[in-house]
Ligand binder design. Structure first.
Ligand SMILES: Cc1cc2nc3c(=O)[nH]c(=O)nc-3n(C[C@H](O)[C@H](O)[C@H](O)COP(=O)(O)OP(=O)(O)OC[C@H]3O[C@@H](n4cnc5c(N)ncnc54)[C@H](O)[C@@H]3O)c2cc1C
Length: 458
């Protein structure tokens, strides 16, 4: 059991790391106790996006008359929605397991625990490696809300196995997972109350991006409370109840169940980082831009380092760590300039690069312009007029610093800005690149035009 590189965890980050190290000539082991497949495939991106497709379609069906169609009676069958999801996920999982079992790696289906910086215990054996890549992912965080544990709650994991649509649900939290699932439930016929501590949902983004989503949620009859403080949870007459402060008053809401969607934390449980001499900071494995931990032969990638818990970043970090583990004299670094995120609500929210909040916090000068979908031809044709696009650029050269879209197909449209920023493109490039008419993508040229006018002093 001696390897050049041993990867702990075979999810998105771990598989990318193993693949990259193996293709750079290393003898690679992947250690993962399973279930194999990783969070994205088993309980994250893919299953949630599959079920959201059903709730998006039912929401459109309810709008039939708006488009000159005869009204249809649309109702959801959560068991059938989850059956469709299970079938698709089985296929994705089978493919990933096949990749992990490929003879280019040695797959060891055991839990790994460090016993020194160059050895891990796997079952009854000791595995030695020159480098380790920790990719053990994340776990759901438990928050100390009085009475919540005793009252009971579901998480995104249980939602994916539900067979019966709950009559009502209280969602606590308003990050990506919380808001996507809150809208899923309201659209399949559950009465939804969402309670959030900060003054807007998706609080890490600029506020203007949250407003169209909040407006849509309210239009869909969601009870949305922001700027709250949860006091306690309790079970009353078999109903899950939350007491909270809102606008200076104590309020109480009750529902059939509670969805605890307050977030996840890095999974460092039981891997004995102390024995490896790997430092952590508030539960996250700290890494430098080469993905190295405080122990130079040990890397940490994906959710376990808590930098930005999304899949393409996990993969990018994995590829870089896999390369660096094999090429000590020629290290690569992660480029955080293109940090992107997408929230798959309707309207969707997509961002790349710097937000206004970040520019202000770090004293970066910027120009900004926005344009609403309600004034854009193609979105008016589609009947999708919630939201806007926003572009930030430097006040000197017009290089794009960030792009933000809240609106139809935001998750697809953002890739034009990602591509532009990859090549250090400017707002001048954006208006010079041809855009087919009529498309949603054309809208990006309007804020770019406004910025070009300001840059040229018109
Ligand atoms: C509901 C939900 C929806 C999401 N939607 C999106 C989305 O739309 N887009 C997006 O980009 N991201 C999304 N994410 C986030 C995304 O799923 C994660 O960022 C990503 O999957 C993390 O990959 P990872 O490789 O770091 O961890 P994981 O995929 O969790 O892999 C960790 C692996 O480590 C193994 N392991 C654990 N302990 C040990 C041990 N001691 N020894 C060896 N192996 C171990 C586990 O078995 C697991 O296979 C979503 C997450 C959730 C929860």
């Amino acid at each position: 059991m001696e390897f050049d590189v041993a990867v702990l965890g075979g999810g998105s980050a771990g598989y990318a790391a193993a693949s990259s190290a193996q293709s750079h000539g290393a003898k690679v082991a992947i250690v993962d106790p399973g279930p194999l497949g990783g969070l994205c495939i088993l309980r994250g991106c893919m299953p949630t996006k599959t079920i959201l497709r059903s709730s998006d379609i039912i929401a459109l069906m309810r709008r039939a008359q708006e488009f000159g169609l005869l009204p249809v009676k649309a109702s959801a069958d959560l068991a059938a929605i989850n059956d469709r999801k299970n079938q698709l996920i089985r296929e994705f999982t089978d493919y990933r397991v096949e990749q992990l079992k490929n003879p280019r790696f040695t797959l060891i289906q055991e839990k790994a625990e460090f016993i020194s910086p160059s050895e891990v215990q796997v079952g009854k054996s000791i595995l030695k490696a020159k480098s380790f890549i920790i990719a053990t992912g994340s776990v759901i965080t438990e928050y100390p809300i009085p009475g919540l544990k005793e009252t009971g709650y579901v998480t995104s994991d249980e939602v994916l196995t539900m067979r019966k649509t709950p009559e009502s649900i209280i969602v606590i939290g308003a990050g990506a997972v919380a808001v996507e699932l809150a809208q899923f439930f309201i659209r399949i016929g559950t009465k939804v109350t969402l309670i959030q501590r900060s003054h807007h949902i998706l609080s890490q983004s600029d506020e203007d991006l949250a407003l169209p989503v909040e407006a849509r949620f309210r239009e869909e009859n969601m009870n949305l409370y922001t700027g709250t403080k949860i006091i306690k949870a309790s079970k009353e007459n078999d109903r899950s109840t939350i007491y909270f402060e809102h606008e200076g008053k104590e309020k109480r809401v009750e529902a059939e169940t509670i969805l605890q969607a307050l977030g996840r934390r890095p999974n460092i449980d039981g891997i004995n980082l102390q024995a490896a001499g790997v430092a952590t900071d508030i539960g996250r494995v700290t890494v430098d831009s080469e993905m190295r931990t405080s122990q130079k032969n040990i890397f940490a990638v994906g959710d376990v380092n808590g930098i930005h818990e999304v899949v393409h970043i996990a993969i990018q970090q994995g590829e870089i760590a896999g390369f660096n583990a094999c090429s000590p004299d020629n290290s690569k670094e992660v480029d955080n300039r293109l940090k992107a995120s997408v929230v798959f609500t309707d309207p969707a929210v997509a961002s790349v690069g710097l937000s206004e909040k970040e520019c202000k916090a770090t004293n970066i000068d910027y120009l900004v312009a926005s344009y609403p979908f309600s004034d854009h031809g193609k979105s008016i044709c589609l009947g999708e007029t919630y939201g806007h696009v926003k572009i930030l650029c430097t006040p000197t050269t017009g290089e794009v610093l960030g792009g933000h879209i809240v609106g139809p197909e935001a998750g697809e449209l953002i890739h034009e800005i990602i591509t532009l920023m990859h090549f250090h493109g400017t707002v001048y490039d954006l208006i010079n690149i041809p855009h087919y008419h009529p498309t949603l993508a054309e809208i990006l040229t309007y804020p770019a035009e406004a910025l070009v006018e300001r840059l040229s002093g018109k």
